[in-house]
Structures are given as C-alpha cells and as structure tokens.
Write a protein that binds this ligand. Sequence first.
Ligand SMILES: [Zn+2]
Length: 508
Amino acid sequence: MTNISNKIITATPKAVIFARVSSREQEQGQSIDAQLENLHKYCERKHIPILKEYKITESSTRGERKKFNEMLKFVKSQRNKIYIVADCVDRIQRSFKESIQLDELMQEDKIELHFVRECLTLSKDSETNDITRWDFSVMAAKTYVGNLRDNVKRSMKYNLEHGRFQHYAPLGYQNIRDANGQADVVLDPVRAPMVKVLFEKYATGNYSLRSLATLAKEMGLMARRKHNQCICKNAVRTMLTNPFYYGVMKIKKKYYTHKHPRLIDKALFDRVQDVLHGRDKSPTKMSYREREFATRDIIKCSCGCAITPEYHRKPSGKEYVYLKCSHFHKECQQQGLNENIILDQFKTEIFEKLYIPENMRNALKQEVRKQLEKDDVFNAGTKKSIELRLANLKDSKNRVLDLYIHGKIAEEVYEMKNSEIDIEEAELNDMMTKYQETDANLNKMSESIVELAGNGLKIFESSKPDEKNQLLKILVSNCVLDNKKARISLQKPFDLLLKTPSCPIWSK
Ligand SMILES: [Zn+2]
C-alpha cells in the first residue's frame, strides 16, 4: 500500500485504487500488477492524483470484505471527495449490500466510482441508465459466486450418489488419491486390523468403553489426526457407532451405501450396538458398563489401585459380587473378597450411626439444594460455551466453503476441514444431550438425599445396586480397603452427623 500524501493540497478529488485477483484468476494468468498498472494509467490520463492503493491477492486469505471496509473507513475519514477506481465492479463488490454502503457515500457526494474496464463512472448525479448498468454488474458478480457454490454442491452430490466418501476417513481407513488423481478411501493396513479386533472384543460384552480404550492403547492404536496420541473413550464410542465400517456412510443425518472396503459385517455392528445400548440383557452378555455394582468407583486398594467389582458364580449357580484389586502395581498382596462383607461394614459404620436431628434436616435440605444449584449454574455455563462453540463451528463451515469457492484452499483441504468440523459438531451435540440428562437427575437426587436424613439404613437396605452406588457416592469421600477391612471417611457435612460420643453436634 502506498501512501503518497495525506495532506490536502488542492480541492481536486484524489483517487483510491482498489485491485483484486483471486488465486483461480492468477492461475489463468491474470496478475495483480497488470491490473494496478491499468488503474495507474487511467488516473494519469484523467490527471487524478492517487492517494492510496488497496490490493488483494491470494495471499490475503482472510476476508476481502475486511479490506473493503478498511477502504470505506479511510474514504469516510477524508475531507475531500474521493474517486474509488477499480478495474470493474466485481473487483470491489460481491453483493448489493456493498452497493448500499457505496450509494450512501455517493449521495453525500463523498465519492465517485470509476470502473475502468466497464467505462462506467458513477456519481451523485448519475443517470438511471448508468445506475442500472451498475446493478447488473453486481448481479453478475453475485451470480458468479452463486454458481461456484452450486458447482461445489453438485459435485459433492454426484460423489455421494456414487458412494464416494469425501470427508476425513474414519479410524482404520486412509484418504488417498488413486491413479487418476481421484480422492479415494482405502483400508489403513496398520490400524484396520486393530479396529476390527476392538469391534469383536466389545461385542463380547466383557469390555467397558474405558477398558476398550485401554486395550487400544496396549495394542498401539494411535489417532491419525493428533500425532502419537492414544484414542480416548469418546473416540472409541464414535468408532463403535460409525456404520461406515460395515458399508454405510452417514452424511448430514442421511445414510448412503459407500463403495469403499468394509471392515466388519453388519451382524457384528448390530451386536456392538446392542451391547452399547444394553438391549441384550442376559446377565452373561451384559456389558460391564451396563451391570450395576453398589461399590463401583467407591473403594481404593491400599496399594493405590482401584478395587473393581465383578460378578462371580458359585458352584450352586448363585451369582455374587467379588471385589478385587485391579493389580496395576504387580506387587500388591491384597486378597479379593465378597462385596457383602464391605456392604455390611457400610451398614454398621455409616447407616446405623447416621442420624440427623429434626432441626438440622431443613438446614441440610437447603445446603443440598444450594450445592445442586451450584452444579446447575456450572452446567449452565458449560452448556452456554458448548452452544457458543457450535455457533462458531457453523461460521467456520461457511468460511471454509468461501475459501474453497474462491480457490484459496484445495479440495482435499476443504473436505478434511469440513469433516473435522462435522466430527467436533457431533461430539458437542452428544455432550449437550448428556448435560440435559444431568439436569433431570438433579431433582431426583435432591429428594433422595433429603429422605436419607431420616432413615438411611432402611433406604440403603431396600435399594438396588445402582441406587446404593449413588448414595455411597454422596456420602463417602474416601474408602480404602486394607486386609479385608474398609477404612471409611465421609463427605462433609455427613462426617459430623455420625452418632459418636465425640460428635460435636450430637453432644449439643
Ligand atoms: Zn492393590
């Protein structure tokens, strides 16, 4: 940008020149320098001094409108009339929105528009004829952009109908270019077999998503996008629910059969969905995640590992829950035991002793409600930020499309970006659903806690494993298993409510 002179010497209008070439045009041999040279010659011929020049090329990747607005701001800041000189209308404008801005300045007699190639000069006093020519040129520019957009959409639709997947390929597949330079999706020789194993393992019902993620890590299955990162639980879920693996691609909520290689058959996929949704309720086939344990995530081993509950079967056929150290530290000597031993301990050490005097119940109710509300506020904040991010993603999508249409990014990059956005969008939507579920649970929980204040033992004894688990999570802050005995400490304020001689509230 050349700033020749900011001082106003005479009242003669000065020129601001505006040049633009897209990378597509540059490929076709149109250079920005040639355009500039023409504009300079024009000004020379007309004896118009040049005040400033704006040029936009491929390298300025972000927003031509930004430059346009910058120019308008500059023009408005000038005391004298400015001639805006451009090669033709579509160098400056892409829509009628800009016409309105320019027309306003024109009516105030602050600017005159000079479109050199079109031999069109527009001012306050322009005749209808010229204004109409201007409108037509804007219309043409608009149509041009629209056509490009349509072309992109049409080619995507064509590919879709021919079963070509045009996005970032799922884990276990690769995006490649075939001999004709066409984009294609093929099996990833390293990852595909591992992905298949994960499907098979999960279908047995013996794995949770977390343990499947651990298995993936052990096998050395790495994410493709983030270099050398293991795949997380969420990625495992995304993988297990993607019908692509058995031959169907989901694009914008619609399903299409694809022509790429299949990694698994539909029967296996369906089995995995059943396990995921807990539809297969026979105890032996129930997934670990689906099975309910009173002590899940409650007890730690004295060695520091988690104590995990699992179902065992006695010779009589009766099932019971067996607790054992997960033994990540191999030297741990902790022996396993029946869950009932620990549950009895919970009964005598917590529920038989927990007593909340009448006058304290209300205070506790309020406390619990406050706590839950606090979580709710936190949730609301998180939800807001998810919503915001979703809106941003929508913008990014449009921006990426614009960049592609204007030839600033390659098709491959466009597709990749677009499907990255799709994936993040899907993940965020999932999260949103989860938060909404949490909201519904809050009310139920607050009721049960308040009820607990009166008759904890009864509630504990009569509740199902998952309800016991919820209660314990509310009450127990720490529980360490050491030689078949649990050392229990309680959450505040419950720690103060045990009937012990030393309890300060009790003695009051
Ligand atoms: Zn241990």
